[in-house]
Design a protein around this ligand. Structure first.
Ligand SMILES: O=C(O)CCC(=O)C(=O)O
Ligand SMILES: [Fe+2]
Length: 350
């Protein structure tokens, strides 16, 4: 076994337990009713909305099946992701992301200042995507993020764009269900996403010689509104169960997507729904692929508890923060090991 760079080694208290907790799995929700034309008026929809609301409240994580995403398109994306990671390192480095362009290939990401055992490829759904030029609060300049694509996989761009369209459709369905579950109009949240800054990441976790010491992705919460994750059949995603703080392994379900509440829904709902910590455990034998879609609002969105959900007895728990600046600040630490804890929503707690 070769030497492993100490940058990968987790502090003792954050190392994974490799004996799998095969206990309770996260809720599994069937969305098939959304495919019928008059679903809004049916009785079953209220049952589904309650199921979604309970899952958001009690777990912050759930899986969906019969979600309407084209199997052909998702399989093509899995396929192209495998082909991309099979390219030589030099070829992948030609679409490398850096501080100037944060999109593309990257293999030295840090989560909470410890290096992740993974390589990633990021692309935004809107091309170009506008974000603030810097994290500095008084800098109003914007910049355009433009996707980069590898020369040797000419169909990768189209496959990625088709998949992104599917994800946006599913995301709007989920936003409608979540809005209803909070007692809001179905389209209450749509206005925040007019120039959304959503992106998709192709994750590749190689076999790791020290799976007891390192993590594929260190413990974290997703900063956006919600995440729709596809994982292969290897497994490794763990969720911190709300009831007892135990790490629970999410068992792969064929053709299901894993949905998790992000920090923004936590703030909008004034803590009714909480984003939940999760991490990825790696293993010494099998590589693993996963594909998260991060639904993020327009950069100019001020994120704060929704007026309808606060009152005298339940006052706002957060002050408003600017999503674009939050995102830009968060991105800083992906490139270097910082001495301080990354920006988090609790910094805006009242
Ligand atoms: O690979 C996974 O299962 C999850 C990855 C993840 O949590 C992330 O990229 O934010
Ligand atoms: Fe995540």
């Amino acid at each position: 076994m070769g030497e492993v760079d100490p940058a990968f080694i987790q502090a003792v208290e954050h190392r994974p337990k490799l004996s799998i907790n095969e206990g309770q799995n996260i809720p599994l929700i069937d969305l098939s009713i959304l495919n019928s034309p008059n679903y809004k008026d049916s009785n079953e929809i209220s049952r589904l909305v309650k199921e979604i609301g309970d899952a958001c409240k009690n777990w912050g994580f759930f899986q969906v099946i019969n979600h309407g995403v084209s199997l052909e398109i998702s399989q093509k994306l899995e396929d192209v992701s495998r082909k991309f990671y099979a390219l030589s390192h030099d070829e992948k480095l030609k679409v490398k992301r850096d501080e100037v362009n944060p999109l593309g290939y990257y293999d030295t990401e840090h989560t909470k200042n410890v290096r992740d055992w993974k390589e990633v490829f990021d692309f935004t759904v809107k091309n170009p995507t506008l974000i603030p030029a810097s994290h500095q609060p008084d800098d109003d300049k914007l910049r355009k993020l433009v996707n980069q694509w590898p020369e040797f996989l000419p169909d990768m761009r189209q496959v990625c764009e088709d998949y992104a369209d599917e994800m946006v459709k599913l995301a709007y369905k989920l936003l409608e269900l979540i809005s209803w579950s909070l007692g809001l109009e179905g389209d209450r949240l749509n206005g925040f996403f007019e120039e959304h800054t959503s992106f998709i990441r192709l994750n590749h976790y190689q076999p790791c010689p020290v799976p007891d010491l390192a993590l594929g992705v260190g413990r974290h919460k997703d900063a956006g509104a919600l995440t729709i994750l596809a994982q292969d059949d290897v497994g490794g995603l763990e969720v911190k169960r709300k009831t007892d703080g135990e790490w629970v392994r999410v068992k792969p379900t064929p053709n299901a997507y894993i949905i998790n509440v992000g920090d923004i829904i936590q703030v909008w709902s004034n803590d009714k729904y909480e984003s939940v910590e999760h991490r990825v455990v790696v293993n010494s034998e099998k590589e693993r692929f996963s594909i998260p879609f991060f639904l993020n609002p327009s950069h100019y969105t001020w994120v704060e508890p929704l007026q309808e959900l606060i009152n005298q007895h339940n006052p706002a728990k957060y002050k408003a923060y600017n999503w674009g600046k939050f995102f830009a600040t968060r991105k800083l630490s992906n490139f270097k090991k910082l001495e301080v804890e990354n920006i988090q929503i609790f910094h805006f707690k009242i």
